[in-house]
Design a protein around this ligand. Structure first.
Ligand code: IPM
Ligand code: MG
Length: 358
């Protein structure tokens, strides 16, 4: 199979972790007889430095011509004081929107070798944790109208809007339902319907759509504040967790930490076609950039998701996941998941070990 992959390494540790994923993808290509080509493109802070904008037109254009996109992370203190519409993060939101990637899947699972890395008590972890966060990615408060003004009595004031249409809610519900059908047939839909109008529409639409189209699925509603608590109280109760853009952003970080480290959590973003964008859920970690200590596993797992979800290469995806499990079982750890008696390795070495075991 021939595939052309756009690589948006981004900022901070972005280049190191995407290099790690490319090392593993090259090994897959060699072993299974595929031809993967990689095209580096600028996004985020590095694009601001080179072009004066976080998402240059050429990046969007080339991503839309690729078979799929691999992304590292964007942002850093260097660009923190720029106005909102020129920050590196704006580039990330822009490419998600330009590719119409409304469905973001973030699987938070506990790797058996990493049970000790979870901050939760053993009895909670023992039941096993696998939370599939289905996050709406191109709507809600991230893309609603916003503004700033000086109020006569209150002074400087800023506002953002959370907005969802029935169509936007239905299409992400469909994704969650399809996933749930292959799993427990249970969805927990997270909202703040006791306060927000947009959440009340969310709740109503999710139920109507699921009942009409997937009668076998049970949808349970959970308020977002309670969900934040339940994830640390009883994480085993979750399977598919469906939610909005902002709640998904917050809860996926929490789910990641509960399963050991945010350095382990991958994500896929898809729209209606097979061209997707695959990225770790963690950020650019500027404090450790260039030190070769970052954990490349979330990015390598994201590359594995690309093989499965964009290219239908299920066997190759499984091969990467098994290689990661083996490396962890053999005791290799990056700093973020290091524990006593384990063998500490850097970013490049971790990627090499995984590639070697593919
Ligand atoms: C994520 C990140 C991004 C988001 C930031 C960098 C804009 O936190 O992918 O979770 O909020 O979506
Ligand atoms: Mg986030």
């Amino acid at each position: 199979m021939k595939k052309h992959i756009a690589v948006l390494a981004g900022d901070g540790i972005g280049p190191e972790i995407t290099d790690g994923a490319i090392t593993v993808l090259k090994k897959i290509a060699e072993k299974y007889g595929h031809e993967f080509t990689f095209e580096p493109l600028l996004l985020g802070g590095c694009a601001i430095d080179a072009y004066g904008e976080p998402l240059p037109a050429i990046t969007t254009e080339r991503c839309l011509k690729s078979d799929s996109v691999l992304l590292g992370a964007v942002g850093g203190p260097k660009w923190d004081s720029l106005p909102g519409d020129r920050r590196p993060e704006k580039g990330l939101l822009g490419i998600r929107k330009a590719m119409n990637l409304y469905s973001n899947i973030r699987p938070a699972k506990l790797w058996s070798a990493l049970a000790d890395a979870s901050p939760l008590k053993k009895n909670l972890v023992e039941k096993g944790i696998e939370i599939i966060v289905v996050r709406e990615l191109t709507g809600g408060i991230y893309f609603g109208e916003r503004g700033k003004y000086v109020d006569e009595s209150m002074g400087e004031t800023a506002w953002d809007t959370e907005k969802y249409s029935v169509e936007e809610i239905k299409r992400i519900t469909k994704i969650a339902c399809e996933l749930a059908m292959k799993r427990s047939k249970r969805i927990i839909s997270v909202d703040k319907a006791n306060v927000l109008e947009s959440s009340r529409l969310w709740r109503k639409t999710v139920h109507e759509y699921a009942e009409q189209n997937y009668p076998e699925i049970t949808v349970t509603d959970m308020l977002v504040d309670n969900t934040a608590m339940q994830i640390v109280k009883n994480p085993a109760q979750f399977d598919v967790l469906l939610t909005s853009n902002m709640f998904g952003d917050i809860l996926s970080d929490e789910a990641a930490q509960v399963t050991g480290s945010i350095g382990m959590l991958a994500s896929s973003s898809l729209g209606d076609g097979t061209r997707g964008l695959y990225e770790p859920i963690h950020g650019s970690a500027p404090d450790i950039a260039g030190l070769d200590v970052a954990n490349p596993i979330a990015t390598i797992l994201s590359a594995a998701m690309m093989l499965r979800d964009s290219f239908s290469l299920t066997e190759e995806c499984d091969a990467i996941e098994s290689a990661i499990a083996r490396v962890l079982d053999e005791g290799y750890r990056t700093a973020d998941i290091m524990s006593e008696g384990m063998k500490k390795v850097g970013c490049r070495e971790m990627a090499r070990l995984i590639a070697e075991r593919v």
